[in-house]
Design a protein around this ligand. Structure first.
Ligand code: DWN
Length: 411
């Protein structure tokens, strides 16, 4: 990783350190027992830029270490996320793509094709950019057109030679993963048609601060954006935010709609969103320092809760081996002694161990065996989907909700 010390990745101005979560493995580094001794760790610390207000990691591991042919996150495992992307497709088609008879769209980080499958079904020209080969192959099996590369200027120039510039560039939960934000924006400038839209959605720092969702901070998430920081970063690229929308995905996200400056009218909700961020204190370092105190309080509360359950001879397990759970478990130093195992529906996670803390991951079918008293819901962002699915399974397990502070739900 190559960030200069105490300097912002985007604008190179001074930053202030906020969190120090200590030694951290890769959030998606689910591991076999035989590899425990070679496990990779880095220091998970965050800071905020005093100028552009961008919240960022101090250190991010090399991209190839995180995104490769063993990437264990498959977007299509969630039914609700499928609806989310299909609804967005309908919306953007009617509002924008319909105006271009030969429209061409790009998705950066298309994963297993959860969004682009809407394009193949409607016969629309598209390209997915997805460097994680295993998930990309699933997208290809759905007849999605893609390249298994990381985005860079050469690839961007090759794309416009072959397809022309894009009327839509979309990225969901991807832009916050790309450390070289300046390179990314140069690529957007190459790829975007003059009347095109660049739309991205990512976990929103406003929700992270409000609900103490510090688990959104891990190796892959090098940035947690706000309207304020995105507006500042775009200044040098002749790009501007013309619309924004908060969405409920991933515990609260923001969708930013960006166009070449002056091409479209800027909607009032951009100005209003920025005013709201100022009133939330997102432009103020004290807000982030208070957030750090809330993270420390979470650690104390979560350990106390689990230790008390253990003292009372209760068995506690986890539901969903999310990337986010890696930050919680390692920061709070919670291992198999306090959480016996974690259930997850992802086949390639099953039989492995959680990164760093080495809690066994088992099939979600284990949850239905009624041998646990309490269950920590790590995938709170899929709460409705999971609770609906598990409602009729007769499990006596009580749910533990994590945020803003850990709490037993139905005691
Ligand atoms: O940005 C990212 C987001 C989009 O996805 C990536 N950096 C990685 C990943 O983050 P995550 O792992 O925190 O995402 P989820 O969507 O919270 O992960 C859900 C996990 O829960 C998956 O491992 C699948 C599992 N699951 C399950 O076991 N049963 C999910 C559902 C809906 C279920 O019913």
């Amino acid at each position: 990783m190559n960030k200069s010390k105490n300097r912002c990745i985007a604008c190179n101005c001074k930053t202030q350190q906020i969190n120090d979560f200590g030694k951290m493995p890769l959030a998606n580094g689910f591991i076999d027992r035989k590899n425990f001794k070679d496990e990779y760790f880095f220091n998970l610390k965050t800071s905020v830029c005093l100028e552009c207000k961008l919240f960022q990691l101090n250190q991010q591991p090399e991209a190839k270490l995180m995104f490769n042919s063993t990437y264990p996150f498959y977007s299509s495992l969630s039914k609700n996320m499928k609806s989310h992307f299909s609804n967005f497709f309908q919306d953007i088609y009617k509002k924008h793509l319909i105006n271009f008879p030969n429209s061409f769209s790009i998705e950066i980080g298309c994963n297993d094709g959860i969004f682009l499958e809407n394009f193949t079904q409607n016969n629309l020209s598209h390209l997915g950019i997805e460097p994680s080969a295993n998930v990309a192959e699933i997208a290809e099996s759905k007849s999605i057109n893609l390249t298994k590369k990381f985005i860079d200027k050469k690839l961007s120039n090759d794309i416009i030679q072959k397809y022309g510039q894009a009327h839509l560039i979309y990225a969901a939960n991807v832009i916050c993963h790309i450390q070289d934000i300046n390179l990314l924006l140069s690529c957007i400038n190459i790829l975007l048609h003059d009347e095109g839209l660049f739309i991205f959605e990512d976990p929103y720092i406003g929700n992270v601060i409000k609900n103490n969702l510090f688990d959104q901070i891990y190796d892959e998430h090098v940035f947690l954006f706000s309207l304020i920081s995105v507006k500042n970063i775009l200044k040098n690229y002749n790009l501007e935010i013309i619309d924004c929308e908060e969405t409920i995905t991933h515990g609260g996200s923001m969708r930013y709609t960006i166009a070449k400056s002056g091409k479209y009218k800027v909607k009032n909700n951009v100005k209003n969103g920025i005013l709201k961020e100022n009133s939330l204190g997102l432009n103020n370092i004290e807000t982030y320092l208070k957030f750090n105190e809330n993270c420390k309080l979470f650690k104390k509360n979560f350990i106390n809760l689990l230790e008390n359950l253990k003292k009372n001879k209760k068995i506690t397990i986890g539901y969903a081996a999310t990337s986010k759970s890696t930050t919680i478990l390692n920061y709070c130093n919670i291992d198999q002694n306090l959480i016996s195992y974690i259930v997850d529906s992802t086949i390639i996670k099953q039989g492995k161990y959680s990164p760093g803390m080495h809690i066994p991951i088992v099939s979600d079918k284990e949850f239905r065996k009624e041998n646990s008293d309490y269950c920590v819901l790590f995938a709170y962002n899929h709460m409705n989907e999971i609770l609906t699915k598990e409602k009729n399974n007769n499990s006596k397990s009580k749910w533990i909700n994590l945020f803003p502070q850990p709490m037993i739900l139905n005691d």
